[in-house]
Write a protein that binds this ligand. Structure first.
Ligand code: FAD
Length: 386
């Protein structure tokens, strides 16, 4: 079955699904409200499941070539002690790849480069969909109407289409954590690991090194929503000045205007369906989750591969979307629950007794536990796309 599709949103999920749909013979328009198509975030880690989805979407090799494998790293305490170590080589033996790290802008650029420029429409917002004509969806834009067989809502955590389709759903909720992040201005010397995450009471500092030696860092803090700093970099220097090397050095290697600050919002109330008639919800629009497992974009990439495969296999759009919902909703919602739980047991803990218990359990855990925990979500088999 081929047809015409409109994808609302040109983030990682929207571009990925456009690639998948084109691979199975669909004609696709991606409508992005930003005037320039780009991803302004810092860095992203991709697990084997995300990379496997990228493989079937046709860009896995290009992304692997631009990314840096994360062989060494783990979880630490602010004084530099290790709670657990992650063995990237063991992960590679199990899954064929360790986790990889890549600047988000590079991932976005590689996805964009695999799509013909004419299927990307920028500076246009999708705010509503008209479903009154049987067998079609009509998408009004400022300067006309797009008519299609399928609409994919990939418009992110604050999806307007989700609100229209599920008016009784409460929408995203603040997770209780805020995140500041940036990419260093230049390569940082003598980093002893490819990545690390450090947990203190109500705070996490993490970093991932890229192929060119620069690193992304993120600081996740328990906070009231909406709190902002006049000078976010100076605030992070104060907050983390006593934490172990290389944390102060990563902050020193950052330009003040490079720091991004967002409150983390997630869909705590799961959606009852990822499909409504001829409309599929995908990525954060469907299952926005906290970043604690590094799985949000990986799940969006899985969505993209599965939706394309379902449309190739099923006789009608409706049956394909039912198949997509059945395959994607339980898995992505369970990963979202696990991510929330990981945040509660990790950076969000503040009680000293609870932190001591957690740290002791992590230190005593047999080697291989971290790898097995990652396998639980990363060991996913992609569908075949013809
Ligand atoms: P988005 O990236 O939000 O894209 C939505 C797009 O739709 C945007 O371009 C937006 O401008 C556009 N849009 C919105 N409304 C409209 C409209 N009405 N009309 C047209 N266009 C519209 N995931 C990982 O897998 N690994 C990680 O390491 C990782 N780290 C993270 C770290 C942090 C701090 C955070 C917050 C998230 C992290 N994630 C990670 C999650 C990941 O960033 C998201 O899950 C992923 O970017 C979602 O992609 P998306 O395309 O669904 O949504």
């Amino acid at each position: 079955m081929g047809g015409t599709a409109v994808v609302a949103g040109g983030g990682i999920g929207g571009l990925a699904v456009a690639l998948g749909l084109r691979r199975v013979g669909w004609d696709v328009s991606v409508v992005e409200r930003a005037p320039v198509l780009a991803d302004v975030g810092a860095g992203i880690s991709l697990h084997a499941n995300g990379l496997r989805a990228l493989d079937v979407l046709g860009v896995g090799q290009a992304v692997r070539a631009a990314a840096r494998p994360q062989y060494t790293g783990g979880t630490r305490t602010p004084d530099g002690g290790w709670l657990s170590r992650m063995d990237g080589a063991a992960l590679e033996r199990e899954l064929g790849t360790p986790i990889v790290g890549i600047p988000r802008a590079d991932l976005h650029r590689l996805l964009r480069a695999a799509l013909p420029a004419e299927c990307l429409v920028v500076g246009a917002e999708v705010t509503t969909v008209d479903r009154t004509e049987p067998g079609r969806v009509r998408i009004p834009l400022d300067d006309g109407v797009l008519d299609a067989d399928l609409l994919v809502a990939a418009d992110g955590v604050n999806s307007r289409l989700r609100t229209q389709l599920f008016p009784a759903h409460p929408g995203p909720a603040y997770s209780g954590s805020t995140v500041l992040r940036a990419i260093t201005e230049h390569p940082v010397d003598a980093l002893s690991t490819d990545f690390a995450v450090t947990w203190g009471p109500g705070a996490e500092f993490g970093h991932v090194v890229f192929a060119d030696g620069r690193a992304e860092w993120h600081a996740v803090l328990n906070s009231a929503a909406g709190v902002r700093h006049d000078d976010p970099l100076a605030a992070m220097r104060r907050r983390f000045r006593d934490w172990h090397d290389p944390i102060p050095r990563l902050l020193d290697a950052t330009r003040p205007d490079a720091v991004l600050h967002h409150d983390i919002r997630e869909l705590v109330t799961p959606l009852p369906s990822f499909a409504v008639g001829r409309i599929a919800l995908l990525g954060d629009a469907a299952h926005a989750m906290t970043p604690n497992l590094g799985q949000g974009a990986c799940q969006a990439l899985e969505d993209a591969a599965v939706l394309a495969a379902a449309l190739a296999a099923e006789p009608t759009v409706e049956s394909a979307l039912t198949r997509y919902d059945t395959q994607r909703r339980p898995r992505s919602q369970s990963v979202a629950r696990a991510a929330r739980q990981a945040g509660r047991m990790g950076q969000q803990l503040t009680h000293s007794m609870a932190i001591a218990l957690r740290n002791t359990a992590l230190r005593l855990a047999p080697s291989g536990v971290t790898v097995r925990a990652i396998l639980r979500h990363a060991d996913w088999k992609p569908p075949r796309l013809s």
